[in-house]
Design a protein around this ligand. Structure first.
Ligand SMILES: [Zn+2]
Length: 417
């Protein structure tokens, strides 16, 4: 037990991870995204009303009478996350997958719990899951429909990277809401384990939170060991577990005023540090900084050649694809590699160029850098709305060249499609 319900409520109001809020605000200010949301408001409302009607006719609704047990879970989460003034509907979906979902439309919050999920979770674990789903509604994540935006909009690579980064960071906030509702770190981690193993928990899956915590001292080695997993949507993402452990050190949890307790700013700073180190937009930021000093790093050069090589797998250097390269690498750098007279680059030559850098200056790439490279290349290739077969072949080849598994690319594409 961390704290009283009153205290938990208070914490929930300030617990949203600032990085999540910052990126969401930035993305919501983007003209293209703004227009998309405005244009889809009406159709979203219609489809949400329609699916609500379907749920009413196909699924069992949770009420105090139909399931006092589940009602207690919902009631607890509603109380802690202050959603009492919302029109709440909870449905049991007869589906054996270990899953839950939540939708918010205006003042209505609808949550679906699969029967398979309800079956395998203990009370507190279920509170974590419901709290996590409500957390998305509580922190207004629905204002930025990442999935629809990815499907329907052609975003510049840098915007797409920001959107993917935001999506990961929004999970941190939702997990915090979940943990406040579960009122237990162990139950929260157990719930994540069960989500990722199809419902298997203690006794079968060995995951020792204390043992995991002991390995967290060194951020660099943590990132190096886990960076590929940190990009996945897998529930037992080490980054999410770590973020939960950090959050459990919050000094506001009354009985946790021990030596290791931290205030919220310190905890957020810890998370910032990790995100900064695996920041996908680092290449561009790096480039902007260096543009003033007129210095191009080997990584900049590698990205511009590698990016061109992936893009030109199926089409010869059109204006559109160069624009997406410019978005990531900067216009000057892209200009600098163009042959005199503005002719198209030779693809084999760009391969030789980036391979030379890879075998030279970038010989000792860190795993986090490899992840950034692949995620960036995926976003460059996806700038025209899809990744063609030939681009995919090039991406896979690149993964092989930097000694990464192609499943990492699958993981990123899973988020996008
Ligand atoms: Zn979530």
């Amino acid at each position: 037990m961390f704290a009283s319900v009153t205290k938990l409520k208070e914490i929930a109001n300030t617990a949203r991870y600032p990085g999540d809020e910052k990126l969401q605000t930035k993305l919501l200010e983007d003209g293209k995204i703004k227009r998309y949301i405005e244009d889809n408001k009406k159709s979203y409302k219609t489809s949400s009303d329609h699916s609500y009607q379907l749920l009413l006719s196909h699924c069992m609704q949770v009420t105090q009478k139909s399931s006092p047990y589940l009602f207690k879970t919902i009631d607890r989460c509603t109380e802690i996350l202050d959603l009492r003034d919302h029109e709440l509907s909870v449905f049991i979906d007869s589906n054996r997958d270990i899953n839950a979902w939540c939708r918010k439309s205006e003042n209505r919050v609808t949550i679906g719990l699969n029967s398979g999920l309800i079956d395998c979770m203990e009370f507190e674990e279920l509170c974590f899951i419901v709290g996590h789903e409500f957390g998305h509604a509580f922190y207004n994540h629905h204002l930025l429909p990442a999935y629809g935006i990815c499907q329907d909009l052609k975003l510049t690579p840098s915007k797409l990277l920001t959107l993917m980064s935001w999506s990961r960071q929004s999970e941190i906030s939702a997990d915090r809401a979940g943990m406040l509702c579960a009122d237990s770190l162990d139950a929260s981690v157990q719930a994540l384990i069960k989500l990722s193993t199809g419902g298997l928990g203690k006794g079968i899956i060995a995951f020792d939170v204390d043992e995991f915590e002991k390995q967290l001292d060194d951020i660099d080695s943590f990132i190096d060991e886990n960076s590929d997993l940190m990009y996945t949507t897998h529930p037992l993402n080490p980054f999410r577990v770590r973020a939960l452990i950090e959050f459990s050190k919050l000094s506001d949890f009354s009985n946790k005023k021990t030596k290791g307790s931290l205030d919220l700013d310190d905890i957020n700073l810890q998370i910032d540090k990790i995100i900064e180190k695996m920041n996908p937009s680092e290449i561009k930021a790096h480039n902007e900084k260096n543009a003033e000093e007129k210095k191009t790093t080997p990584m900049d050069l590698f990205m511009v050649y590698a990016g061109y090589w992936v893009l030109s797998a199926d089409r010869e250097g059109s204006g559109e694809e160069l624009a997406s390269l410019e978005d990531i690498c900067g216009i000057e750098l892209v200009d600098s590699i163009k042959p005199v007279g503005g002719l198209s680059l030779d693809r084999d030559q760009t391969y030789d160029e980036f391979k030379k850098i890879l075998d030279g200056d970038l010989k000792k790439l860190k795993k986090s850098e490899k992840c950034t490279i692949l995620e960036t290349l995926v976003s460059i290739a996806r700038a025209d709305g899809e990744i063609s077969k030939l681009e995919r072949v090039a991406l896979d080849e690149m993964a092989g060249l930097i000694d990464m598994d192609v499943s990492f690319i699958d993981g990123i594409l899973k988020f996008l499609d």
